[in-house]
Design a protein around this ligand. Sequence first.
Ligand code: FAD
Length: 466
Amino acid sequence: AGQTTHSQVVVLGSGPGGYSAAFRAADMGLEVTLIERYSSLGGVCLNVGCIPSKALLHVAYVMEEAHSASAVGVTYAKPEVDLDKVRAFKDNTVKKLTQGIQGMAKGRKVKVVYGYGEFAGPNQITVDNDGVKTEITFDHCIIAAGSQSVKLPFIPHDDPRVLDSTSALELKEIPKRLLIVGGGIIGLEMGTVYEALGSEVSIVEFADQLVPAADKDLIAVYSKFVKDQFNVMLSTKVTAVEAKKDGLYVSFEGKNAPEGQQSYDAILVAVGRSPNGKKIGAEKAGIQVDERGFINTDNQQRTNVPHIYAIGDIAGNPMLAHKATHQGHVAAEVIAGHKCVFDPKVIPSIAYTNPEIAWTGLTEKEAKAAGIPYKTAVFPWVASGRALGAARSEGKTKLIYKEDGTLIGGGIVGINAGELLGELSLAIEFGADVEDLALTIHAHPTLHETVGLAGELAAGTITDLP
Ligand code: FAD
């Protein structure tokens, strides 16, 4: 039989948004219940997203480094992959973090209730754990129920050879020929992993560039570098998939569509994620959900129902863990009576590919769309001693700034671009201009020096490159 409990704050979903909100609320003295349908806390990011993908990308990176070492005079034998050990490394990485979250919940006396939660009214959620129901009433609620992979109607998703990011991360086997539908960040990251582990990877993307959200000049560097690794079909779409015993036969349409059906051993569908807004009984609480399943909020993360908040993937784009975390903190602090808002200048995006593609603040596309006049300065890594010495000079560092020099965005493509991006994010949030970057002493020879040198190019203190 079920029971009824009351909590000052109920958080629905234990991903980066949910656990961050729950912990911050508990730290501020509120009594918190966290609801999660799965037995492991941490949401998509920790269990089947950010973390396992990065563990596998590390494996891919190690292999690619060993392979390319021949260019600097070191040749290794052909690598042998023990898939069970690779999987165990990934699973242990995930486990350390999810268990950490569990410990942190316990340490704060956050009550965790497992089961599927749905609103039963404006101040009540019903949690169903295999038929055992718990009624939880609340004063405040934070919805952090996240998102899930989009499925396509013309793809037989119930065929075990059709993967989404979750099943692809399970690494059951390495298909000989893998088609990735969708050339966004998740598609490219998984493609990087499978290519390193031995698959022939084809990528089909409807837009005319990979990672359509990023600026074209950054992507051009990446695309050139990986042109022999992937068979990329831009401006092309899949129109049909026929599942036969000996393969998945795919029909394409568009600018780079191959003639006739092509056969693959597996297909990974990575065409985006859709928010879970329509699956939580929102209407019973009077919460407005848009037709895509997003829940709109004000800049304090409040929905149209003033004591109910929404954060993370379910509250809109970009669907990124660090955005969810920050929104979670804002919601918890607002509930605790603090005057705080979510109003960032930057939400950095990173594709942890090889090379990495990273951007922060406004892209050129966004600046143009917003009608903001801007200039750019680009420092090519062929002029970086550190990049040359690492045999990886394909990268570039770009600044986007207003006519008065104020930085509004930046992009980096190259090894470690994701780590290098931090400086640009901080500079933009601090209101720095290009001269601030130019006048800051950057250590030599480093990759982050390219940020300072791009600043010098923008400020006009250097005018030529070696
Ligand atoms: P989620 O993490 O989606 O968590 C929602 C939680 O709510 C889940 O645990 C779910 O089980 C639970 N839930 C949902 N509905 C209910 C219900 N009715 N009752 C009970 N529980 C419920 N982002 C990055 O920033 N960096 C990355 O490198 C990155 N890599 C990614 C790689 C992959 C393969 C994928 C798929 C995503 C990646 N993301 C990455 C995106 C990131 O995972 C999400 O933006 C982030 O997890 C969103 O956090 P969230 O708290 O909004 O929701």
